[in-house]
Ligand binder design. Sequence first.
Ligand code: BTN
Length: 262
Amino acid sequence: MYSYENTVKYSLDSLPFIRDIIYRDSVGSTNVLAEELARTGRGEWTVVVADSQSNGRGRQGRVWFSPSRINIYTSFILRPEISYEYFPAISLLAGMVVAIVIEHFVNMPAELKWPNDVMVEDKKISGVLLALGTDLNNKSYIVVGIGINVNSDTKEYPDYITTSSTSMRLLTNKVFDRSSVLNYLYTVFHEWYNMYCVHNGFNGIREQFMRRFKMTGKQVNILNGTEKLSGTVEDIDKYGRLVLKSNNNETIAVKSGDVHLI
Ligand code: BTN
């Protein structure tokens, strides 16, 4: 019988590196569920997929609007054998992979906004949320959460996101099979994740990332909670930090925050 659950399982079962697929019609947040599993020691490439989320989480404490039947909400566990300081930039890796996947399906260029927003025609089409932690055996884990606006009509979204977001369907007028997008997402992620681990961090993906990063040389404000920094974007370092030249000529490496072009 056709159901999202069956097609997701069928499609991801064909990927030999995926250890376990946990599907829910509805869940609070796939990230929270994946983190619970990671804490009890579940292995790398345990994948959670949900059709909808009642409490989808975004970056900086925001909400991720997660209606059923149209979009992708997925989280998975990684346990990379690389130095811990290279863990955070896996969120940049995830954004880059999503950009590659979206370009493949919609055939339009995607741009990366640091740290991991994927933009098409200046509108946000996906979001990445990373959680780092240690499990009961003191082994570290990463949970990567990815949301992609696949078939949603973002014009029907709440006002605060309608104008700034888009979806694969809105861009192309086509309806996409979410399981095929998931299959390609995990295939491409696996490839680039290996590259990331072999090269110990962002330098392994730098060339692919920078091709889609258009902020170098731009004047920006960075907001992180109540903290605000301003300067000119110079680069991204090997830990995935945004390197800024501040207005009084200091070089600052920023770990997190929301970037706003001035
Ligand atoms: C952002 O604010 O841009 C990040 C949004 C991340 C949303 C995804 S959807 C799957 C996973 N589960 C969550 O609760 N959040 C992430």
